[in-house]
Design a protein around this ligand. Structure first.
Ligand code: PEP
Ligand code: MN
Length: 350
């Protein structure tokens, strides 16, 4: 990872480095953070001669050779200062909540507008709504491209940014072209490295967020962080890591709750952690417990399925969406707990 002296390389400087790296069969990927830019070496970057030549350039501060496999996502990376906005919240530091339907029902769009206003009133910072849905059964409702207009209209009405899942390049392109604020990569797609790269490339240099769910089949923490690395390596550092439960090892919850990995993630990577308690436990009555547990574990935020009338919802909403009044009470307690956790961490760090 190349760290220039100035916040950003000029075009001429960048071209000079690209030419040197090309001699060694190595590419350069600029990653523009809010404060400064860094430049990742892509390929076999171990050649000492390459390192020496780049480090010898007058406008280069240094080259970081981070030993962990996720060089960009690592806590030691120069991107560690990178901050990500979720509505008016700035992460890490603030606490952010994303809430809304699992799935937008295009035949009942007023439900979505009602929920969007209600989650805003409850204190949410971003609205979620599934346009295209990954469903276990091919006979279940798969979502509907028409719902994107409903999602965009909800943003126009509330002024809150919007998040939706994309499962392929085409959907991602439609969303980027429409200016969707946050693209969700779902648990089923989190191991689709091609998609991770395509989304990274499509959102390179933009303020678009990528909410990356943890695959239910991911084991080691590094596997999750490396999935994020795929996106950052294409030029978008606006990654939000989202534990959402793994394959269930016991009866009861929909998935095996994994909010407890939050401190492990935060120890290893700078990327904010937004926990999804809804898919983790899979039932509305359990959601507040898992949500507050996630905050106690140090999460930077939550993404919670919320519906103004869950019984009339589609997708996961009838079983696991909470109502906006529950969301409101939960956000208030979560913010309080977030502050208390911060205070304890400050004592520990002193
Ligand atoms: C969702 O957020 O509605 C969803 C399908 O999530 P996951 O990919 O975590 O199952
Ligand atoms: Mn869902």
């Amino acid at each position: 990872m190349i760290i220039p002296l100035a916040p950003r390389l000029s075009d001429a400087e960048l071209n000079e480095i690209i030419e040197i790296a090309a001699e060694f069969g190595v590419g350069i990927q600029p990653i523009h953070g809010a404060q400064r830019s860094i430049y990742a070496l892509m390929g076999d970057e171990t050649a000492q001669e390459l390192i020496s030549r780049i480090e010898g350039l007058p406008y280069i501060d240094r080259i970081d050779r981070i030993q962990v496999p996720y060089k960009l996502m690592a806590k030691e990376s120069s991107l560690a200062q990178h901050q990500i906005t979720v509505g008016k919240r700035v992460l890490p530091g603030d606490f952010a909540v994303i809430a809304g339907h699992c799935t937008i029902d295009p035949n009942n769009k007023n439900f979505f507008y009602e929920s969007a206003h209600a989650v805003k009133e409850a204190g949410a910072d971003m609205i979620r709504g599934g346009v295209w849905k990954p469903r276990t059964s091919p006979h279940s409702f798969q979502g509907d491209a028409k719902s994107l207009d409903i999602l965009l209209e909800a943003r126009a009405q509330t002024g809150l940014p919007i998040n939706t899942e994309v499962m392929d390049f085409e959907q991602a392109k439609i969303c980027v072209d429409a200016g969707v604020d946050s693209l969700q990569i779902g648990a089923r797609s989190a191991l689709n490295y091609r998609l991770l790269q395509e989304v990274g490339r499509l959102t390179k240099g933009t303020n678009t967020k990528v909410l990356l769910k943890r695959s239910m089949h991911m084991g080691p923490i590094s596997e999750f962080i490396l999935a994020g690395e795929y996106i950052v390596a294409q030029g978008n550092p606006n990654i939000l890591l989202c534990p959402r439960g793994t394959v269930p090892g016991m009866d009861g919850y929909r998935n095996h709750p994994d909010e407890c990995i939050t401190p492990l993630l935060k120890e290893k990577t700078w990327a904010p952690v937004i926990v999804d308690p809804s898919h983790s436990v899979g039932k509305a009555v359990y959601v507040p417990h898992a949500a507050l547990a996630a905050v106690a574990y140090g999460a930077d935020g939550l993404v919670i399925e919320t519906h103004c009338n869950p019984k009339k919802g589609v997708g996961d909403d009838p079983k696991q969406a909470i109502t906006p009044d529950v969301l409101k009470a939960l956000i208030s307690e979560a913010r309080d707990l977030f502050t208390r956790v911060k205070k304890i961490k400050a004592v520990q760090a002193a």
